[in-house]
Design a protein around this ligand. Structure first.
Ligand code: C2E
Ligand code: CA
Ligand code: CA
Ligand code: CA
Length: 275
């Protein structure tokens, strides 16, 4: 048994090495992608339930790794956070998305995801300001999506930066609401403009009474606070029906459109108008 244990340990070590080597390779490759400004951005529409109009597009980062093909953001975003690349990558996504949004009809906003790490450098507010000036995008066309975790990690510091961003006219949304260590108290501390209900609740809204109750509670909360509520991950007409009955003001999901490349937005909007 002793011998077996030892063999297992060796095997485990080898595997650790392989995993670590593979991670380092991916990290090096990500570094050169960021240096080469090769991270791409796709856009997913958010629809106003009452009118069917597109209110905004959410910018989502994409990385096509030369050997592996597309690497999901759930893999490369945490990697970028761990190896100090997130500020640079985040800035590139922001710059690209603001420049792209300037080509759209002026009532359509652009939403950008922020990593909690981007609040740590102390330069975020300045970076956003610079990008808005450089691109010429009006601040009220920019929405920033933050997760609840942000607030947990460095509350005071994060809130003061959020306050400055909001003061410029930028809208602030809480993303993935309900899955983190939510505290409703955050809504008292900060005047968020929008709350996005996590797609895990939407996926179960037909099958789980609890999921439906949570969606109803968030819609009620948003209504009391006079803020917009978005359901994400809407995939079926039935979910659409239920969510609009419950009073969700905005919807996003594959039912309307997957994230699309910027060069398809024009034709997407034209098709939408003709419907
Ligand atoms: P998120 O911000 O919650 O984005 C929504 C995710 O749901 C996106 O995954 C989107 O493609 C996916 N989605 C949209 N509609 C549906 C649907 O109907 N059903 C299902 N099952 N999924 C749907 P994606 O693009 O893989 O991004 C994953 C996460 O990576 C994002 O979650 C966000 O947290 C992060 N992320 C993506 N781009 C960026 C970025 O530029 N910066 C930062 N900091 N994070 C990003
Ligand atoms: Ca988001
Ligand atoms: Ca989300
Ligand atoms: Ca998410």
């Amino acid at each position: 048994a002793k011998l077996e244990g030892k063999r297992e340990a060796c095997f485990f070590d080898d595997r650790m090495d392989a995993a670590e080597r593979s991670r380092r390779k991916l990290e090096t490759s990500l570094r050169s992608a960021v240096e080469g400004n090769l991270i791409e951005v796709v856009y997913q529409p958010i629809i106003q339930v009452s009118t069917g109009d597109i209110t905004s597009f959410e910018a989502l980062a994409r990385w096509n790794q030369p050997e592996r093909g597309p690497v999901p953001p759930d893999v490369f975003i945490p990697l970028a956070e761990d190896c100090g690349l997130i500020d640079e990558m985040g800035q590139q996504v922001l710059r690209r998305a603001c420049a792209d949004a300037l080509q759209w009809p002026s009532h359509i906003k652009v939403a950008i995801n922020l990593s909690p790490r981007q609040f740590l450098s102390g330069k975020l507010v300045e970076t956003v300001q610079t990008v808005l000036e450089d691109t010429g995008l009006p601040a009220d066309r920019l929405h920033l999506e933050i997760t609840e975790n942000l607030v947990i990690q460095n509350a005071d510091e994060a809130f003061s930066q959020l306050e400055m961003l909001k003061h410029k006219g930028i809208q602030i949304s809480v993303d993935d609401f309900g899955v983190g260590y939510s505290s409703l108290g955050y809504f008292q501390t900060f005047g968020f403009n929008k709350v996005k209900i996590d797609k895990s609740f939407i996926a179960e809204i037909e099958s789980s009474q609890a999921a439906k109750a949570i969606v109803m509670a968030v819609v009620g909360l948003a209504r009391q606070l006079s803020i917009a509520v978005v359901a994400e991950g809407v995939e079926t007409p039935q979910q659409y029906q239920t969510l609009s009955e419950l009073g969700c003001s905005q919807l996003q999901g594959y039912l309307f459109s997957p994230p699309i490349p910027v060069d398809r937005i024009d034709s997407f909007l034209r098709r939408q108008q003709n419907e």
